[in-house]
Design a protein around this ligand. Sequence first.
Ligand code: GDD
Ligand code: MG
Length: 362
Amino acid sequence: MKGLILVGGYGTRLRPLTLTVPKPLVEFANKPMILHQIEALAKAGVTDIVLAVNYRPEVMVNTLKKYEKEYGVNITFSVETEPLGTAGPLKLAEEVLKKDDSPFFVLNSDVICEYPFEELVKFHKAHGGKGTIVATKVDEPSKYGVIVHDIATPNLIDRFVEKPVEFVGNRINAGLYILNPEVIDLIEMKPTSIEKETFPILVEQRSLYSFDLEGFWMDVGQPKDFLAGTALYLNSLKKKGDKSLAEEGEQIKGNVLIDPTAKIGEGALVGPNVTLGPNVVIGNGVRIQDSVVLANSTIKDHAWVKKTIVGWNSTVGKWARLEGVTVLGDDVEIKDEIYVNGAKVLPHKSVSSNVEKESIIM
Ligand code: GDD
Ligand code: MG
């Protein structure tokens, strides 16, 4: 089978992390975001994966090529000279996606869930339509694409409304599709939106169905959702009895994922909902919860960290206090005893005075 992952866009909502690393390579639960998807596709029997990119492909090529062998897949890069939106990239990758009659997967690169690809294939083949969208329920549907059904035909989509201004329902497009190759014939070779242009045609043809997702789902393209998604993901590992979670104890509270090379000092308390990347050092007496610490960063003794993403190669000083969805970019230094609440600190900055309100430090 075949799959295409939409990896374009500049990831602006995940700045400052995306100023130095493309969004799909930012580690979610200690693994580049996109690897969660590549792994799930490979597990479902996908052998050809197209990454549709328009931003810094070199870095991605270098990082991802090495995983081809590990996962037993061919990864090709389809590079756009201008952003082609969410449908144009399918046309650009036509040769791979149409190489046989089997349906292909399309994934938004920033969604995290327990990808139900095998069930999705079965469901899609059984209804006989041209496309299936994975659906999930959310409380705030206005920032997503909303799916509306007829009561008489509960899986056949009756209307698809991208980013509705008025409430039409709360079952939304989870950003995962399976489509028949003929769907590509509906797309022109220009910047186009699958949500606004292609789905309405399929709805009109009464050939677009939805498949209900079980379990958690999150678009992790913004810091607040990245942290919330981390908590949901760790919880799902816990439910599955996954052995990679740290054992709870005097220093570990709730669900915590720790790279084997990370070190935790005496009297420190980590968790719940924390991930510590490679070579991270947590000092003595540190208290850290609901946070992500990326590779090679150090949290010095007695710092207090909550709802914070610490980017790579950064240092948080002694007795510092970080909270309120603070995000540190690459190579940031927070001096001793500093208080930071809801700041986004750009790469290579040093912060030596308190930041009490949401702000960008550059
Ligand atoms: N290759 C390529 N080229 N990819 C692109 C481009 C482009 O020009 N523009 C966006 N993408 C990719 C993004 O990287 C992302 O993986 C996906 O297409 C969707 O774009 P977002 O910018 O993340 O869209 P959204 O989150 O506002 O809305 C989409 O996702 C929601 C679920 O999270 C829509 O598909 C909604 O209908 C959906 O509910
Ligand atoms: Mg998104």
